[in-house]
Design a protein around this ligand. Structure first.
Ligand code: B12
Length: 475
């Protein structure tokens, strides 16, 4: 079959959408043709005329659903092409099948399920055996087919199809490439989709799976040699922390790949052994969720069990190994307050975070934090939710305007802690005052605390451009 993926590139910067690339690789391996286009009705029209797809495929997150659906619905009115939606939003809201213009919805991990469906569709067979599929059958009934078990051995999957974006310099010529080493997360943070995901897949395989080191190394070598990658971003929820796995990875990555990398992790796993293995391998920066400085709020609302003391100790270990800390924080949390958000700021100063981003909490539907906010009557039903890290569209919190200002000031004050004593005065100034400083600081820190590799001036300008042009990064 001939599949056309529509991707919301304006949200992605230089970070390739790996879900789409994994599906593309599986489709091609099974003899299907795949094209891609950005989320722009005119461009979609043009490519439909050029490649005549049988199927329009879309990967949706909750905040991007509305924008992608709008395009698909518009296109669908003119062209009789079947449409299929998958990704986290489709997984948790399969009821989108009711919307005009959406023919098929997929839940969960779909490499095998999607190609099974394509084969049935191509052969004109009934879709009752298509796993993970939600669809309306010939009698007008909505059918929710069972899920296929999670892929037990991730090494069985082909590498993501990096060729899909050959025409898109934004991804294809990027010095920094994304890789997923594992799937799943051991924690239960209230704002994350993992809890619901784990419930959905109960009894259908291990939720946490880690690729074999050799398989990961082979993908990294390909990115270095074939795609000229200069730095890698391991985009796992938590970079694997099994002792033997990390040791083997550290040794093989250093000798066979040798590229600097950054990754996502948690203070909970940052022992001396783990951090030293990462450092020896070439880790330059860790993206770590600090989220809040208040231990009660952290435990009771965010469901994160760790102490400030432990975080401060671990940050010392990380810095001692020459790794930068790119801290991520949530402010404007349900049941929180401006005073508690200032505690978060203080904690980031104590951690000596090299960069500390603060994002307004936006509880997504079907997460535990959304239930907490709803029970406390903190959701404004008349409003939708924000698209980006920087807006919380429908959350009712006190001092919201001040907290919005604090978000802009936050990284500046963490970098220049002497400003902390004047924070209340600073929050009274108009926000445009800090926006330029904040943007410049962010650009500088992306270069020095995140993408820490020998970057050419042109790549620097390009990376900053992509990063800041990303709609979800607009401040
Ligand atoms: C990398 C990443 C990003 C990257 C790239 C995002 C992207 N679109 O690929 C960046 C940094 C840009 C990003 C931004 C955001 N992200 Co993000 N991100 C991730 C992360 C860590 C990994 C995604 C990934 O590559 N997974 C691996 C691939 C293999 O899995 P996958 O994408 O889910 O795809 C599989 C299935 O979903 C399915 N599938 C996917 N698409 C399709 C399409 C079809 C047609 C079919 C049949 C199947 C299918 O099959 C795929 C293969 O098995 C996930 C967490 C996670 N573990 O998944 C969060 C996650 C996806 N992000 C999330 C969020 C909330 C955001 C932001 C809103 C954050 C913010 N507040 O601004 C923004 C929104 C961006 C946007 N509007 O698109 C949430 C989404 C929750 C939700 N209900 O939608 C997640 C799940 C994290 C979480 N804590 O809950 N993110």
């Amino acid at each position: 079959m001939n599949i056309l993926f529509i991707v919301n590139m304006e949200d992605l910067g230089f970070e390739e959408p790996l879900g789409t690339l994994y599906l593309s690789a599986m489709c091609k391996k099974n003899g299907h043709k795949v094209d891609v286009v950005e989320n722009d009705a005119r461009k979609v029209e043009e490519i439909i005329c050029a490649v005549s797809p049988d199927l329009l495929a879309v990967s949706v997150l909750t905040p991007s659903f509305a924008y992608l659906y709008q395009t698909v619905n518009e296109v669908k009115k003119k062209h009789n092409i079947a449409t299929v939606f998958g990704g986290p939003h489709a997984t948790f809201f399969p009821e989108i099948i009711d919307k005009p213009g959406i023919d098929y919805v997929f839940r969960g991990e779909c490499e095998t399920a999607f190609v099974g469906f394509l084969d049935l569709l191509e052969a004109g067979k009934a879709l009752d055996s298509a796993s993970n599929l939600v669809f309306t059958n010939g009698k007008g009934e909505i059918k929710k087919n069972p899920l296929t078990p999670l892929t037990a051995d991730l090494d069985d999957l082909p590498f993501p199809d990096r060729e899909l974006f050959r025409e898109y310099r934004q991804f294809y010529r990027s010095d920094v490439r994304s890789v997923m080493v594992s799937r799943g997360c051991p924690y239960h943070c209230s704002y994350c989709f993992n809890n619901e995901y784990k419930k959905m897949y109960k009894g259908l395989g291990k939720p946490i799976r880690v690729r074999g080191v050799d398989n990961v190394i082979a993908e990294c070598v390909e990115l270095k040699e074939r795609y000229d990658a200069r730095m890698l971003h391991f985009f796992d929820d938590i970079f694997p922390f099994n002792r033997r796995w990390v040791e083997e990875f550290s040794e093989k990555y250093r000798t066979k790949v040798g590229l600097p990398f950054l990754t996502n992790t948690s203070f909970s796993v940052c022992t001396e052994h783990y951090v030293s293995c990462l450092s020896k391998a070439g880790c330059k920066s860790l993206l770590i969720g600090v989220e809040t400085g208040n231990e009660v709020l952290r435990d009771k609302v965010l469901f994160r069990k760790m102490s400030n003391k432990m975080m401060i100790e671990r940050s010392k270990i990380i810095h001692a190994h020459g790794i930068k800390i790119y801290a991520q924080n949530l402010i404007g949390i349900p049941k929180g307050s401006l005073a508690l958000d200032l505690e978060t700021l203080e904690l980031n100063i104590k951690l000596e975070a090299d960069y500390a981003g603060a994002y307004l909490c936006q509880p997504y539907p079907k997460t535990a934090i959304e239930r907490i906010a709803r029970q406390a009557n903190l959701i404004d039903e008349s409003k939708g939710f924000g698209r980006s890290f920087y807006y919380s569209g429908n959350l009712l919190i006190s001092d919201k305007e001040k907290i919005k200002k604090l978000r802009v000031l936050f990284p500046i004050v963490v970098n220049f802690p002497f400003l902390y004593n004047s924070i209340n005065a600073l929050m009274r100034l108009p926000v445009f005052f800090f926006k330029t400083v904040g943007t410049l600081l962010h650009g500088y820190k992306i270069k020095t605390a995140m993408l820490v590799y020998p970057m050419s001036l042109s790549a620097f300008v390009r990376n900053i451009g992509y990063y800041l042009a990303r709609r979800i990064n607009k401040i």
